[in-house]
Design a protein around this ligand. Structure first.
Ligand code: SAM
Length: 438
């Protein structure tokens, strides 16, 4: 849907009961760069679900009276989002063609848990399968849906947006369900289905496309501030609900992402490389400190890693060879990696042929085009080329933009030199239609 031509109007509600944090107030009044298109309302009330429903009814009634409103958004009074967050959410909702989009917000505990959750497939259960931790959130795409989880996504309502001009809008509402249960040792326990999980389940019943994102930065204001900008917390997975991270299912055995190694690779990209490299002979162009090298070497038969080790073309040029070797040793993959100090020039350097070539060297158009040509000379029949930092537009995924990479890849697809195989965040995987003779 192309909405770029007309202004998009939002009803923004803040339910509150008592204090509003300073950051929340700033976020409320600076939600959009175009405040003339936002109708804001603060509603006071101690009954949470009723307060949410009152705001929802206000928006529906305004719409019924003829107000032009495209979206409903909500911000809790203890959520401090980045300025312009509403514009980011609208753009993401439209780009991903979603109906509802919620920002991942950590709950106020040291464990790094969020109230964004995966539902169990047994819908009668009061419990979800588990809540996602901040560590797990950073193993998922920046914006994700039930498809990425393999189970229904339950969102939280601290900061979210949904479409308003749809038939299903009046069917949505919030309810908190409580009950007492007797556990096997005879004790009674209070259980709750919170209003946001009830709301999420209702969205799924109505067939809505629901997403969660960390594209908007927030701080959840308690006695301390709990942020969503990086993986953190004492728990890697929800220890109350599950025995291991539900996201580990499908990960190669024992594989881990080297979070602490400097570099720009995203966890989902690391996992994709690990799967592509499984049992393969891999050539890597541009290892830097070894983030991608470690991801692939854990599963590959062998990785040949080429880099001049001066960090050229990066935002942090430095001698990286010592760091690379130290990191490879720390992750126990040093014997699987042949470190070659130099640049990737041509097949004349070696007569070895590779199953997979990962290109992450210099990112200007000329270099990447040269690397693509060189790669086609030393690839096995049916081999694959993976290219890092391919984005449709500036800022996609992690705020960066390497137009040379995008242009080179697009040209090779348009010319028919390469065919598209798959996409994993900013990694695009290509198969040459024909290999170039060495
Ligand atoms: C973006 S970094 C690579 C990041 C790395 N893949 C990771 O996951 O952290 C780019 C690296 O490419 C290297 N480089 C630049 N031009 C190159 C070339 N022609 N051949 C090999 N490496 C190159 C730079 O020295 C730098 O270390």
């Amino acid at each position: 849907m192309d909405t770029s031509q007309q202004p998009r109007r939002t009803f923004l509600g803040m339910p509150g009961y008592g204090d509003i944090s300073a950051g929340a107030a700033r976020g409320f009044y600076r939600a959009s760069e175009s405040p003339q298109y936002v109708s804001m309302q603060y509603n006071e009330g101690s009954l949470l679900a009723q307060n949410f429903n009152a705001l929802w009814c206000t928006a529906l009634n305004l719409k019924q009276k003829g107000a032009s409103l495209d979206y409903f958004a909500m911000q809790h009074a203890d959520i401090s989002p980045q300025p312009g967050w509403l514009d980011v959410l609208i753009e993401e909702l439209e780009d991903r063609d979603l109906d509802v989009l919620s920002v991942v917000v950590p709950i106020k505990s040291v464990h790094g848990l969020t109230s964004t959750a995966m539902d169990s497939d047994d819908r009668s259960a009061f419990h979800p399968m588990c809540r996602l931790t901040m560590t797990e959130i950073f193993d998922l795409p920046e914006t994700f849906t039930s498809d990425d989880l393999g189970h229904p996504l339950l969102i939280n309502t601290g900061l979210w947006i949904c479409r308003l001009n749809m038939d299903w809008a009046p069917k949505l509402h919030f309810t908190v369900n409580d009950r007492l249960v007797q556990v096997p040792d005879g004790r009674y326990m209070a259980e709750v289905e919170p209003e946001d999980w009830y709301f999420s389940r209702l969205c799924h019943e109505l067939g809505l496309k629901v997403g969660a994102t960390r594209k908007v930065r927030v701080a959840h204001q308690g006695k301390h501030v709990f942020v969503n900008s990086h993986p953190w917390g004492s728990q890697q997975f929800d220890q109350e609900y599950v025995k291991e991270s539900v996201l580990d299912v499908g990960k190669p055995d024992g594989w881990c992402f080297p979070y602490d190694v400097p570099g720009w690779l995203l966890p989902e990209e690391g996992l994709a490389l690990a799967r592509l490299a499984e049992g393969k002979l891999v050539l890597e162009v541009g290892s830097y400190c070894g983030k991608s090298t470690i991801c692939m070497a854990q599963t590959a038969a062998q990785v040949v890693s080429v880099d001049p080790h001066d960090g050229r073309g990066t935002s942090a040029p430095q001698d990286t060879e010592k760091q690379l070797r130290g990191n490879l040793a720390q992750f126990g993959v040093a014997d699987k990696v042949a470190v070659v100090k130099g640049t990737f020039h041509s097949s004349e350097d070696s007569d070895q042929l590779f199953d997979l070539i990962f290109l992450d060297g210099s990112h200007d158009l000329e270099s990447i085009q040269q690397d693509l040509t060189n790669a086609r000379r030393i690839l096995k029949e049916d081999g694959l080329i993976a290219v890092h930092d391919y984005r449709e537009k500036p800022g996609d995924y992690d705020g960066s933009w390497d137009p040379g990479v995008t242009e080179a890849v697009n040209k090779s697809l348009e010319s028919g030199d390469m065919e598209f195989v798959s996409r994993h965040a900013t990694i695009v995987v290509l198969r040459p239609k024909e290999l170039v003779p060495a």
